[in-house]
Design a protein around this ligand. Structure first.
Ligand SMILES: [Zn+2]
Length: 354
């Protein structure tokens, strides 16, 4: 059965067609009007050893899940809440060759949608890749994937424009970060199977952002510059010209990949030109397609995360992190044991992507 969110249902929940027509103040007002039941606990702590930030959010344990294996759910045809339009108000819609892509508010935001002393504040939104239930990066055409990225970039730019609204909590006085991630599979935190990205502005900066900034300060180049220079050809999965998909030499989990933008002065998605956006759209397509192909071969259920590294020190790069191996005890000490060689993983991935 093909499920999709039809236009008539969408019209009932549209609050804006273009994110560019809204300010961050508008987004905060729309969010506060709608989201009040499942707010975070309002507590965040820092691990003084690593600088890792921990947010607390008890009510997220109550989220509805439709993203569990069929045999566990034992329901032959599950109804998708997104396809039914039983979701929050929509703030951006763009046509695709079939259906549309749209952005709305996360009903269970990990951040407080208003500034308050000591709280991790910000906005937490969702981008649904397509209104059609089974369409996502791996099976959509290039032109549609570029539209999805353009809308993501427009949202990123809007969120950054209002960064000052949520104050700052990091040591260098940076005003937070825009977080862009994708979770797929219930094993790695996705509660709904309908393909989506999560976008948040967070006043609390994730540790990776500080790591990238420190790397540039200490090494005099961005992390992307370093990777593009140091990675040997046998670890390259695909070269798109403006972007390169590769396996890092220090791969921690089998088939983990990075997609790096060659013009390392571009710090954000909304800095990318048309050629770079097309290269990123191809990199996401190939990276996710490869993960979806290789995981069943190794007897693993498909589950992966994509994370975006942007801002100072990053250049701009994405990490594709398939859940190909559990975390062992010694790994919690920071000593990782990976069950595949990076060179062999890259060769397998090249074969799939070709
Ligand atoms: Zn759906």
């Amino acid at each position: 059965m093909t499920q999709e969110l039809v236009r008539e249902r969408l019209e009932l929940i549209v609050q804006a067609e273009r994110i560019e027509t809204l300010s961050v103040d508008d987004l905060v007002a729309l969010t506060r009007r709608e989201i009040d039941e499942f707010l975070p606990d309002g507590v965040h702590r820092v691990d003084p050893r690593s600088g890792d930030r921990i947010l607390y959010h008890s009510s997220r344990a109550l989220r509805p899940h439709d993203n569990v294996p069929e045999e566990v759910a034992a329901i032959p045809e599950r109804r998708c809440v997104i396809c039914q339009g039983a979701t929050t108000g929509v703030i951006d819609v763009a046509e695709l060759s079939e259906g549309f892509t749209f952005i709305n508010k996360n009903l269970y935001p990990v951040l407080y949608p208003f500034e308050r002393e000591g709280l991790a504040s910000g906005l937490h939104l969702l981008q649904w890749t397509s209104s059609q239930h089974h369409k996502d990066w791996h099976n959509m055409g290039l032109a549609d994937r570029v539209v999805v990225l353009e809308r993501l970039a427009a949202l990123e730019e809007t969120l950054l424009s209002g960064a000052h609204r949520f104050g700052s909590t990091d040591r260098e006085g940076n005003t937070g970060a825009v977080v862009i991630i994708k979770n797929y599979g219930h094993l790695v935190g996705a509660s709904l199977i309908h393909g989506h990205q999560q976008i948040a502005f967070s006043s609390v900066m994730p540790r990776h952002f500080e790591d990238n900034a420190r790397f540039e300060q200490e090494c005099g180049e961005t992390f992307a510059d370093y990777m593009l220079r140091e990675t040997p050809p046998e670890l390259v999965v695909a070269d798109y010209g403006p972007a390169v998909l590769l396996v890092p030499a220090f791969m921690r989990r089998p088939y983990a990949m990075m997609l790096l933008i060659r013009r390392t002065s571009s710090r954000y998605l909304h800095h990318l030109d048309d050629g770079e956006l097309a290269a990123v759209a191809d990199g996401w397509h190939d990276g996710i397609r490869a993960i979806r192909t290789v995981m069943p071969r190794t007897g693993r259920e498909i589950a992966y995360n994509v994370i975006t590294n942007s801002g100072p020190g990053a250049g701009l790069y994405f990490e594709f992190l398939p859940y190909t191996q559990e975390v062992g005890g010694v790994e919690h000490l920071g000593l990782f044991v990976c069950q595949e060689l990076p060179e062999r993983a890259a060769a397998t991935l090249r074969e799939i992507v070709r």
